[in-house]
Write a protein of this length. Structure first.
Length: 284
């Protein structure tokens, strides 16, 4: 299996964290492959596939996915499985980054997988998909996608205060007061929630909760015990931590961290730091 993370050029770097390329064209690898579980993160992504289709698993039913689509912020674990030789290019957006490319409120993509052709001009999407499928190396494929994204860029200077709020929540690992944040921006709490939902894809409270969940994973991975995590993340007690963790991960912290199954995606991407520090655990 091939993995590579590439970073955007200056024109796209304010909005995009990175491009992840993963390919599995070896029949000895993809046959009978286990499914991959994707954790809730604060990121909105675009996924584009080339090769055999990917399927989404839900209640033990497999749903075939299209070539490309937007996956909004997810509040629960999602499960996917490949059907054969496949390549996938994932575009990870920074907080509010997708709003610079589309007029649609980002919260409409929450917990959804929306085909790109329903969001952007269908002709441009199909042309990009065809060029990407015919490209060779990972850098060439990313170049095709970058050209597509640059053509969609919009100028939305008035959104900067809300994007700064999202970055502040991330810097504080989710330990923020929404009321205090609204006051700092000279907004009412309701106005901040409305604008944040439209640009980032979730309420400030939900966004902060996911960031806190991701911070707990990072602390545990670095050797902190559960009491330290409860204190560092601002949970009332260990029971509240366990309840929140189960809501996002679909299992207890003990089950999550003691799982012996470590998919290759987790080994590679979860250990690759992004330059801005935005990188979050995606797989388990």
């Amino acid at each position: 299996m091939f993995f590579q993370r590439l970073f955007p050029p200056p024109v796209l770097s304010p909005y995009i964290e990175s491009f992840l390329v993963q390919e599995d064209f070896n029949p000895t690898n993809y046959a009978n492959r286990n499914s991959v579980k994707v954790l809730p993160t604060s990121m909105t992504v675009i996924g584009i596939q080339y090769g055999e289709p990917m399927r989404r698993l839900e209640n033990r039913i497999a749903y075939e996915m299209g070539v490309s689509g937007i996956t909004g912020m997810q509040s629960t674990v999602k499960e996917y499985v490949s059907t054969g030789a496949i390549g996938t290019l994932i575009i990870q957006f920074k907080p509010g980054g997708l709003s610079q490319f589309t007029k649609y409120p980002i919260h409409e993509f929450k917990n959804a997988n929306v085909p790109l052709e329903l969001v952007f001009p269908a002709r441009s999407v199909h042309e990009m998909e065809e060029r990407l499928a015919c490209a060779g190396a990972a850098a060439e494929r990313v170049g095709v996608v970058q050209q597509f994204l640059v053509s969609l860029l919009r100028d939305k200077e008035e959104e900067q205060p809300v994007l700064l709020a999202a970055r502040h929540i991330m810097t504080r690992h989710g330990a923020v007061s929404v009321e205090g944040l609204a006051a700092q921006l000279y907004m009412s709490k309701r106005t901040l929630e409305r604008k944040f939902n439209a640009l980032v894809g979730a309420s400030p409270k939900m966004y902060a909760s996911i960031i806190r969940f991701q911070h707990a994973i990072a602390l545990r991975s670095n050797g902190c015990d559960y009491l330290d995590i409860v204190h560092a993340c601002g949970y009332a007690d260990q029971a509240h931590f366990a309840k929140d963790f189960r809501a996002f991960a679909g299992c207890t912290p003990e089950q999550f961290f003691h799982s012996e199954f470590q998919p290759e995606l987790k080994k590679v991407f979860n250990k690759t730091e992004a330059p801005s520090g935005l990188n979050q655990s995606m797989y388990y």
